[in-house]
Design a protein around this ligand. Structure first.
Ligand code: HMG
Ligand code: MG
Length: 294
């Protein structure tokens, strides 16, 4: 057991925003290298509508290539159609992804804030009946590009409702990276008060304003022990204006190494992987640690 768990999203959140389609064999190698670098959880892909996220249209093919190694890797699933596709492949972990705001629910899921629950509820019920583990994400926790500030009560109400569908963990998404350390503490306190302790929460920071690492530190001090991050700082959401890359996994590992907090990750192997992927994508990684060590 490591002191903290890094939930690696580079293969999903990292690649979903890339316009140039990355080959399925490259994706499989990316995931293999991330696992080889010691990352305990690697979210592999999304079983969303292929027209909505063309980069991940090869989800089934990817999971077939990964075979037995891929069964325990989480994948995004928005609805029963996505669940059926995941079940056909014998996958064991899915993640649903809800929105704390009305506008992003419409833009990302083609549903209203309330309608999203009608989509997720039967999906989670069937997934749990099939013995799957379910993670829930809630997006736009710290601000929304169309609606501005999002009231803490609204984030907590949506997040708790998503979690209560039957999830084992709720990941709090700063989709557009506007959150700051004080707001992180406030939101975590509010979730704790609503009955969700730190050990069922994870944090998912995008780095648009350069606050992701400070926010992760604030969350760690609060008591959070699961951190989403993306190798090389890749990432973004095609349906969220101004969403840029995620917190770079390397930057997070560097910080935890300095704190003497064990992540189980081999930083050298991870940097080599992100440098290799940056070469494939044709531009340098935005991660400061990858730049320094690569
Ligand atoms: P819709 O158009 O409303 O779908 O999209 P529908 O239910 O009306 O169905 C229309 C057709 O799509 C049907 O086919 C369905 O079978 C098919 P037809 O009968 O017309 O031939 N269909 C599917 N096909 C394959 N796989 C599926 C699927 N579902 C329906 N799963 C939908 C609704 C939810 C599908 C769509 O809006 C969608 O795919 N959205 C996904 C958007 C997305 O992936 N965004 C990025 C991930 S979220 C994120 O990045 C944030 C996060 O990182 C956290 C953070 O940063 O905050 C997680
Ligand atoms: Mg994200």
């Amino acid at each position: 057991m490591n002191d903290v768990t890094i939930y690696e999203v580079g293969a999903r959140d990292g690649l979903q925003n890339e316009d140039t389609i990355v080959g399925v064999e490259v994706k499989a190698e990316f995931i293999g290298r991330l696992l080889g670098a010691g990352l305990p959880i690697v979210e592999a892909t999304s079983f969303v509508h292929p027209r909505w996220v063309p980069q991940l249209a090869d989800a089934a093919e990817l999971m077939e290539i990964l075979g037995e190694d891929g069964r325990h890797l989480p994948v995004l699933v928005p609805n029963e159609r996505g669940l059926d596709r995941a079940l056909e492949l014998g996958l064991e972990h899915i993640a649903i992804f809800g929105s704390a705001t009305e506008t992003f629910a419409q833009k990302n899921l083609n549903r209203s804030l309330d309608e999203q629950f009608a989509m997720f509820s039967p999906t989670v019920t069937r997934a749990r009946a099939a013995g799957m583990d379910v993670r829930a994400y809630v997006s736009m926790c710290f601000g929304d590009p169309w609606e501005g500030d999002v009231p803490v009560d609204q984030v907590v109400a949506v997040g708790k409702r998503l979690f209560d569908l039957g999830a084992s963990q709720l990941s709090l998404g700063d989709t557009i990276g506007v959150g700051t350390a004080g707001a992180v503490g406030t939101l975590l306190d509010a979730f704790n008060t609503a009955g969700l302790p730190d050990d069922v929460l994870a944090v998912h920071f995008h780095d648009t304003y350069g606050q992701a690492l400070a926010n992760a530190y604030a969350a760690w001090q609060h008591g959070i022990r699961t951190f989403d991050a993306s190798a090389g700082g890749l990432g973004g959401c095609p349906y969220a204006e101004s969403a840029t890359g995620n917190l770079a996994t390397e930057d997070l590992v560097w910080m935890f190494n300095g704190l003497g907090v064990d992540t189980g990750v081999d930083l050298g192997a991870l940097v080599a992987t992100s440098t290799w992927m940056a070469g494939i994508l044709g531009r340098p990684s935005p991660s400061r640690v990858v730049t320094a060590l690569g």
